[in-house]
Design a protein around this ligand. Structure first.
Ligand SMILES: O=P(O)(O)OC[C@H]1O[C@H](OP(=O)(O)OP(=O)(O)O)[C@H](O)[C@@H]1O
Ligand code: HPA
Ligand SMILES: [Mg+2]
Length: 175
């Protein structure tokens, strides 16, 4: 299906450099503390796997699966939890790892849901931020890249469940 890719935004080396920068920043900020890193499946899986290997404070990991896009390029606005955490997050330092923040509706729902479980702190790390499309206010603690309003795929991110395996991030035209 790669023939629908219109251009490459970030190649493998650029992604690796940015992941390294984020890992170093997170390691500095949490120095002397323990962290529970939460991967938001499925899109953040590839980023998460690379990021945690660049963090050098003690961490544990857990996974949550949510979805709102299905087979569309527009968020349905309804966030469905397909898998919840295994861990009790009360009184823990939590870092949510996302691949992309677009409308912001997924993270708004997730951060309110997780705040209600009384973590000691809750921060957000996203590889990509598409601020032009935001429908809600969010404060993001760690951002890899800001991107324009194009639908992107690769490095874990899908269109209708395709393209997640691409080692780079590219734009597709939905037609
Ligand atoms: O800011 P938003 O407009 O809410 O969009 C961002 C969310 O959409 C994608 O997930 P999706 O629902 O496609 O699930 P997936 O990660 O399994 O692909 C992406 O991984 C984010 O979680
Ligand atoms: O640009 C995107 N691509 C794939 N999935 C997404 N979910 C929100 N925005 C995007
Ligand atoms: Mg998706």
């Amino acid at each position: 299906m790669t023939h629908h890719i219109t251009h490459i935004l970030f190649d493998e080396r650029t992604l690796a450099n940015t992941v390294e920068r984020l890992g170093a920043q997170i390691s500095r900020d949490y120095h002397g503390q323990e962290l529970l890193v939460i991967c938001i499946l499925k899109g953040a899986s590839v980023f998460m796997a690379d990021l945690i290997r660049k963090i050098d404070v003690p961490i544990q990991i857990d996974f949550m699966a949510v979805s709102s896009y299905g087979h569309s390029t527009q968020s349905s606005g309804v966030v469905k939890i397909n898998k919840d955490l295994d861990t009790d997050i009360e009184n823990r330092h939590i870092l949510i790892v996302e691949d992309i923040i677009d409308s912001g509706l997924t993270l708004k729902y997730l951060s309110e849901n997780l705040q209600s479980r009384h973590p000691k702190s809750l921060k957000i790390c996203t590889l990509l931020d598409k601020p032009e499309r935001r429908q809600t206010h969010l404060s993001i603690d760690y951002t890899g890249f800001e991107i324009p309003d194009v639908f992107i795929v690769g490095y874990g991110i899908d269109y209708a469940e395709h393209y997640r395996h691409l080692p780079y991030i590219g734009a597709i035209s939905p037609n």
